[in-house]
Ligand binder design. Sequence first.
Ligand code: SIN
Ligand code: MN
Length: 262
Amino acid sequence: MRLTHTQLERFREDGFLILPSLFSESEVGTLRSELPRLFAERRPENFREKESDAVRTAMGLHLRSEVYSRAVRHPRLVEPAMQILGDALYVQQVKVNAKEAFSGDVWQWHYDFATHHGEDGVPEPLALNLHIFLDEVNEFNGPLVFIRGSHRRGPAPATLDTETTSYPLWVVDNDNVTRLIDAGGLVAAKGPPGTALIFGDTLVHGSSINMSPWPRMIFSLILNPVSNALTRHRRPDHQHHRDLTPVVPLADDCLLASVGAG
Ligand code: SIN
Ligand code: MN
């Protein structure tokens, strides 16, 4: 799959793309069907919320599930990333952020490169974050909110926050967030299941708590050029994978073909 010239321009201008209906109901169903088993596991890859036992984020999924090992090679995610980055890409991080009904906690204002650089010594802000909505995401269940164009005014100063939630994150302070919002405004990324997002490493984003009765599960794949790989191994493999083998896209129907068929 190739992005159009207009989509590429939008991406460069805004720092993100929202791609409605990129994945079908049955593809989303395949991805969702694995989650009860994966979320039930007690292992370090499953981070639980600070105030409850609900899974906040479940990582390393391509090493725990055949379905997710296909998802990270899906051509509708990998080919646009290759088109933008023009390089051999490795799978940096693979997760589902759950944001459970009534208990899903905030993701503070941040941009991913602050963590990729601060924790893992990634040299340049090149990585792309590719999302697939596994639920409807609406204004009530904690959509990702992007500060439009913030990637062009950054990277903003960031500090490590280990207190606010169960997940340590390098965050941006309120003064810088205000300055960036004044310049670019906010966009909430909403849509039905199967909607996809692409956003860059210095785009400032966050999401509020889920007070609604509707869960908000989102699959996230981070791809990074092999030439821009991590230089520090402080975090466990599931937070930044060490396997730098370039990802090779599978066939377009890879999530529909029966598991075990190759
Ligand atoms: C979220 O799941 O709301 C935040 C995800 C991210 O920061 O990529
Ligand atoms: Mn992020």
